[in-house]
Design a protein around this ligand. Structure first.
Ligand SMILES: Nc1nc2c(ncn2[C@@H]2O[C@H](COP(=O)(O)OP(=O)(O)OP(=O)(O)O)[C@@H](O)[C@H]2O)c(=O)[nH]1
Length: 309
């Protein structure tokens, strides 16, 4: 029989096993306490043994700020809000944030914890997991779903997102916003004469050429086939029209690998009007493009019926 102050052997084995396990799991289990005065600490921290030394654990048991000061300043406010809400509503804490790991490494951490009201504050019981690889993978998938595979430019889906963002800003602040639609002329002939592979090459080079002529804040997208679009924030129609004319000129003078002057583009321009929908703006630019094609191609038409070229 064990002495009164000792645990039975079975329990000691279980405790020993639990200790070994918590030190080896690929994450951390913790208790986090926030007093009613706002003082914060980690009374218990275990797991990912290699990541946190005993000294760190002792410091954090006194004051959680040793960990909080390593949290990315962009994520800190939403973490504090999540803690506050969880304490106030007694609902589970579920959040994620970036943690500075060492001089050149930042890790994404997900935290899930259950709050428990105590006489002098709130005590959470929870787990933290390093989700950096998952976050990087999601970002990669997002980039893929927003990118046109042939040209590496933004695709239609991405352009629609950017249009929604910029239209919202334009409506809110009354700032100018222009949209340009570009369509290569008689592209079928390029394919028929030089082959589809060379046609692909022309499309990719067209993307590079235009990218080099616009600002980084502008979004150049391939809408599909030989149709492209450029979204130009903070740009009134007159400036957009001048840029379109410059692009048209460069395109017509460029050798895309099939001889100079073999590729031209028709361009339609429209400026967003406050309160106008995305579809209406696209329709107006598309209408200008249609007129440019009708009037003989290799020209710029703006929605205010000004024809150049
Ligand atoms: N090489 C290549 N060709 C494409 C791609 N997507 C669409 N096209 C071709 O682009 C051509 C578009 O033809 P049309 O819509 O008749 O237009 P167009 O010949 O450019 O004539 P206009 O626009 O009226 O000046 C077709 O031959 C399509 O096969 C692509 O990804 N690669």
């Amino acid at each position: 029989m064990p002495a009164d102050h000792m645990l039975p052997a079975d329990d000691r084995d279980s405790l020993e096993q639990l200790k070994i396990m918590t030190e080896r799991i690929p994450g951390m289990i913790f208790q986090f306490f926030r007093s009613t005065q706002g003082a914060m600490s980690f009374p218990y921290l275990a797991g990912s043994g290699a990541l946190l030394g005993e000294a760190d654990k002792r410091l954090l048991a006194e004051d959680a700020n040793h960990a909080f000061e390593r949290i990315d300043s962009e994520d800190f406010p939403q973490l504090m809000t999540a803690i506050e809400r969880s304490a106030h509503q007694q609902t589970p804490l579920a959040t994620q944030f970036r943690l500075r790991w060492n001089a050149d490494s930042v890790r994404w951490i997900a935290a899930r914890a259950q709050p428990e009201r105590r006489r002098n504050g709130t005590l959470w019981h929870g787990v933290m997991l390093d989700i950096s690889e998952q976050v990087a993978h999601e970002a990669h998938l997002r980039r893929l779903s927003d990118t046109d595979a042939l040209t590496g430019l933004a695709n239609r889906r991405k352009l629609m997102k950017r249009l929604d963002e910029e239209i919202a800003k334009s409506n809110r602040y009354g700032t100018p916003l222009s949209l340009m639609l570009l369509d290569l002329d008689h592209f079928k002939q390029v394919n028929d004469t030089w082959g589809h592979l060379q046609g692909d090459q022309v499309l990719a080079e067209f993307g590079s050429l235009c990218t080099g002529l616009i600002r980084t804040e502008d979004t150049l997208a391939r809408l599909g086939g030989e149709e492209f679009a450029i979204l130009l924030p903070l740009t009134p129609q007159s400036h957009c029209q001048a840029l379109a004319e410059r692009l048209r000129h460069h395109i017509a003078g460029h050798d895309f690998g099939i001889g100079q002057g073999k590729v031209t583009a028709s361009i339609g321009v429209a400026e967003h009007r406050v309160g106008e929908s995305r579809e209406r703006l696209i329709d107006r630019a598309d209408n200008s493009l249609y007129i440019a094609k009708e009037q003989g191609r290799n020209r710029v038409i703006s929605c205010t019926v000004t024809a150049i070229g």
